[in-house]
Design a protein around this ligand. Structure first.
Ligand SMILES: Nc1nc2c(ncn2[C@@H]2O[C@H](COP(=O)(O)OP(=O)(O)OP(=O)(O)O)[C@@H](O)[C@H]2O)c(=O)[nH]1
Ligand SMILES: [Mg+2]
Length: 297
């Protein structure tokens, strides 16, 4: 229970709290949350990108105190969307949380197209198939609080059930994005089991409900660029206060891409996000990149 003295301060998954009362954890035990510790990180998303709309101002805290954002994308069923992954990267860098790309359903399709898109980024990634060994992933999760985010049906809960054998997270069937049923309806944090030869902290993992898009109204236009470390370096050659939009003739990003130093599709994705923040994007498909490796999907 929350103590009344907390006022309107919300408690979110990942918060470290002070408790009084029966902290035995036994069935029926009752304790009160009297204090919320200062958060080391806060991962937020908004319902929409435009901060001038009510939806854009509706901000949700996904998780507190996460060290790692595990961006879960299926390689097929549902198809990967680099636009969505790019948004998650922006949110991660903005919140100072390290990103890890987790490509699931590697038994159904190869990762080449998605990985090709991120060549210049040196983004850490893991490939998951139903029979894959999870030792590499466990090593990346050790000692940290990691939060899984991704569309509905990409296999977040399936993965959590494999990582934490007694998790018993419900898993669903895949349906069309946006219209689909979301199997998981709330976020939970679970302790990862200790390895056979326990050394150190195995870490914590947060399973979250699938999201259709990752709204970034809370991220300033300036901070958006931090989600594109492959582009950042080019902007030292931009004129002062360059908006980096396609119609800015002197923007140095075009020459950077023309010189082969970054992928044209990444620049296009960045500019789509810029446009989307000012309400010019298509709100129905905010996560779709026309230059997606799986165009037309
Ligand atoms: N072929 C294949 N199917 C998988 C894999 N991982 C998960 N699935 C299937 O994908 C479906 C959806 O999995 P879930 O774990 O419920 O997906 P989720 O991301 O938790 O979905 P939400 O809770 O709605 O956000 C299930 O039918 C899983 O069996 C995989 O690596 N390969
Ligand atoms: Mg789930």
């Amino acid at each position: 229970m929350r103590a009344r003295e907390l006022g309107r301060k919300s408690v979110v998954v990942g918060d470290r709290v002070g408790l009084v009362g029966d902290t035995s954890g036994a069935a029926g035990a009752l304790a009160r949350i009297v204090r919320i510790a200062e958060r080391s990180s806060v991962l937020r998303r908004t319902a929409d990108d435009d901060e001038t709309t009510a939806e854009g101002r509706l901000e949700r805290v996904v998780v507190a105190n996460a060290d790692q954002l595990v961006i879960v994308s299926a390689l097929a069923d549902p198809p990967p969307r680099t636009g969505f992954i790019d948004r998650c990267l922006v949110a991660a860098y903005d919140a100072d949380i390290e990103p890890l790309l987790c490509l699931t359903k590697a038994d159904l399709a190869g990762p080449e197209a998605v990985l090709g898109y991120y060549t210049e980024l040196e983004l850490p990634y893991v490939l998951i198939r139903p029979d894959s060994d999870l030792a590499e992933l466990r090593a990346l999760l050790a000692g940290r609080v990691s939060v899984l985010v991704g569309h509905s049906g990409v296999g977040k809960s399936t993965l959590v059930n494999r990582l934490v054998p007694d998790a018993e997270r419900a898993v669903g069937t895949v349906s069309a994005i946006g219209r689909g049923r979301h199997t998981s309806t709330s976020a939970v944090v679970l302790r990862l089991p200790p390895p056979p030869d326990p050394v150190g902290d195995p870490g914590w993992i947060v399973d979250t409900p699938g999201v259709r898009s990752f709204g970034l109204a809370h991220v300033s236009a300036e901070s958006l660029l931090h989600g594109f470390p492959d582009l950042v370096e080019a902007t030292v050659d931009c004129p002062a206060n360059c908006p980096h939009t396609a119609d800015e003739a002197d923007c140095a990003l075009d020459a950077w891409v023309a010189a082969g130093k970054a992928d044209q599709r990444r620049l296009a994705s960045y500019r789509r996000l810029l446009a989307s923040r000012s309400g010019e994007g298509d709100p129905r498909e905010p996560e779709r990149n026309p230059g997606d490796p799986l165009a037309g999907s």
